[in-house]
Ligand binder design. Structure first.
Ligand code: KG4
Ligand code: ZN
Length: 339
């Protein structure tokens, strides 16, 4: 790291239903990372209730921050913290505002720079935390509860959106199908578990590949699952889950590998909560090995929302741009922007 640029960054993440804080050194060494999930709170509603999420962040952020700071050998004095990075979009506005307000207060009180971080860029940096020496360019498949994006990354900070979902996000499809099957929330991990017991070829669900480009569509698949289960009420839930998971993964892998070939990517990189899916991980690894390119799969804890990735992205942004003003706002629709 150059000269006296800030080294130790506190990251704060409150964009959806995880309240998280982490301290990261030099953009890549995780000193402490605390994630408090609100799953129990939203479970009975079958999805995230924005109003409840915002209020829960208000309650949880103070203890989560205290634990992350203590884990980094400091406290509310902020001694040793050189900058504060916070997710300021995209996400739920009420939830984002909780993190942004806290980060501004800490930046002002501690006299350190504030850095507004794009949540999507933070997911991209989750891979860099574990593999700082990735070859470029990369084809990144960012699959979460709110997004399904295929992005060409020619180097950190340089992004080209190749394709995205035209309807549901992949994680959203997992969550909706899981709710329909009575598997609970969040649906991705539940389907992943149950699918391991089922026959992935029991049902031939559609693989939607809209157009010749890199776009995705999952709403037809979801409808097909619903219609199939209504027609075959005795169908094994494990078989339905396994067939659904395979249909999603087939499409994700096909699109990612096509993008990788077209842009001459050195590797395919997974990001976002759905990147924790065990079949997706296996199939991407196999497909990349067949093509002779790399596959970068962040560890599961770094795939789902966390603040270490926010601190890492913030560190990088600070060193390749300027800090954010204390007037930083939250933007629920923030887009991924090249530096
Ligand atoms: O990135 P993330 O933690 O939050 C958002 O930014 O959306 O992603 C959450 C999404 C949820 O839809 C969840 O069901 C999905 O990631 N997910 C999974 C798995 N683990 C989490 N989807 C499929 N398989 C999994 N193992
Ligand atoms: Zn996320």
């Amino acid at each position: 790291m150059a000269g006296d640029l800030p080294a130790r960054v506190l990251g704060i993440e409150t964009s959806c239903d995880e309240t998280a804080a982490a301290v990261v050194d030099g953009g890549s060494v995780i000193v402490s990372s605390v994630v408090s999930s609100q799953i129990a709170l939203h479970e009975r509603y079958g999805g995230v209730v924005p109003e409840l999420a915002g209020r829960a962040h208000v309650e949880l952020l103070t203890p989560v921050l205290a634990e992350a700071l203590e884990g980094a050998g400091t406290d509310s004095s902020g001694r040793g913290i050189d900058a504060v990075a916070v997710t300021h979009g995209p996400g739920l506005i009420g939830s984002l505002l909780v993190g942004v307000a806290e980060a501004k207060a800490l930046s002002l009180a501690w006299g350190v720079p504030l850095i507004g971080v794009n949540h999507l860029e933070a997911h991209l940096f989750a891979s860099l935390l574990e593999q700082p020496d990735l070859g470029w360019p990369l084809a990144v498949l960012l699959v979460s509860g709110g997004h399904t994006l295929l992005i060409e990354v020619s180097e950190p900070g340089s992004y080209r959106l190749l394709g995205q979902t035209v309807d549901d996000a992949a994680g959203e499809a997992f969550d909706k199908v899981a709710r329909f099957l009575g598997l609970g929330y969040p649906g991705g991990p539940a389907i992943d578990r149950v699918a391991d017991e089922g026959d992935p070829n029991a049902f031939a669900f559609p693989r939607s590949l809209p157009g010749d480009d890199y776009d995705f569509s999952f709403s037809g698949l979801k409808t097909s699952v619903v219609n199939t289960v209504r027609k075959h009420p005795d169908a094994s839930t494990a078989d339905v889950a396994a067939s659904f998971r395979l249909a999603v993964v087939d499409v994700l892998v096909a699109r990612a590998l096509k993008a990788a070939a077209d842009v001459g990517a050195k590797a395919v990189c997974l990001a976002g909560g759905v990147a924790a899916n065990s079949l997706l991980r296996r199939r991407i690894e196999e497909a990349c090995a067949d093509e002779g390119i790399g596959a970068f799969l962040p560890s599961r804890a770094l795939c789902t929302d966390n603040a270490a990735m926010v601190a890492a992205a913030g560190w990088w942004r600070l060193h390749h741009g300027s800090p954010s003003p204390l007037t930083l706002g939250a933007d629920p629709n923030l887009r991924l922007a090249t530096v």
